[in-house]
Ligand binder design. Structure first.
Ligand code: 1GP
Length: 265
């Protein structure tokens, strides 16, 4: 069943062409800085706040950051869990995600089975997501025991994303890894977009408006950034968010232009 948060995301993508989400890693922020980043994100036009971090194991750390964010913004708060420890009651939804290219069944379905009863008890909306680690893969690749898809093998990304679609997942995430030196290549995004009928999330290593714009033009529906705001000085957070969200919107214009020309044929 498609829940409230998912409907909201799809609606914004329909209206805006593509959207931005800010990822906050509870281990890299204080509740105060998380609130600052979240409020700036909301005011600059981000559609949701994602909360998660690869090495997160403390429920107290997660809860204190998630509660502070939830109390401060109106946009949805979506958990981006690394493990069963990535669950909090102070969120609206959770990416119910499977790391499709993990060599360890725990990250494909094991953690999800353990977490499912708690997720239901907390009443969190679940959004089914196929998670695919590409390129360097970063800490997520190491901890998730992924076989990261090389940047020059976009056809393998397509194969994984198609599997996500055939499993019935509704979103697919091409993840270069937090802080990756190079974001997901255009060709990989483009090929997944052309072959797969899922809402496409792209993240990892996006630091500039141009990179965000390029990813959207290639076919991303959702751009996720985390490191760029976590590592910005307080007074630079807003300008960085404006730059990236402007890039997303510029990129989205090409989608609308595409629609217009198709409709007018
Ligand atoms: C990581 O894709 C996200 O899971 C965001 O990556 O921290 O590099 O923006 P960055």
């Amino acid at each position: 069943m498609v829940g409230r948060v998912e409907k909201y995301l799809l609606e914004r993508i329909r209206n805006e062409g593509a959207i931005h989400m800010t990822l906050i890693d509870p281990e890299k922020v204080t509740p105060e800085s998380a609130v600052l980043i979240s409020c700036e994100s909301e005011s600059c036009g981000s559609s949701a706040i994602m909360i998660g971090g690869t090495t997160l194991i403390s429920p107290n750390t997660l809860n204190s950051v998630a509660k502070a964010i939830k109390d401060s913004v109106n946009i949805p708060v979506i958990l981006f869990p690394n493990n069963i420890t990535g669950i909090s009651e102070y969120a609206d939804a959770i990416w119910f995600m499977s790391l499709l290219n993990s060599a360890d069944p725990y990250f494909i379905a094991g953690a999800q089975v353990l977490a499912a009863p708690l997720i239901r008890k907390l009443g969190l909306e679940t959004i089914p997501l196929g998670y695919i680690i590409v390129g360097e893969g970063g800490s997520a690749g190491v901890i998730g025991k992924a076989c990261p898809i090389p940047y020059n093998k976009p056809e393998l990304a397509v194969a994984h994303a198609l599997a996500a679609q055939f499993f019935g997942m509704r979103f697919v995430y091409l993840e270069a890894g937090s802080g990756a030196s190079q974001p997901v290549p255009t060709e990989m995004i483009r090929m997944v977009r052309e072959n797969v009928n899922l809402t496409l999330i792209v993240g990892g290593g996006i630091r500039t408006g141009n990179q965000a714009e390029t990813a959207v033009k290639a076919g991303a529906d959702i751009i996720v950034t985390g490191t760029v705001t976590e590592t910005s000085r307080k007074e630079e957070i807003k300008s960085k968010l404006i730059e990236i969200i402007r890039g997303v919107r510029e990129g989205a214009k090409s989608k609308f232009r595409g629609n217009v020309s198709i409709d007018s044929v």
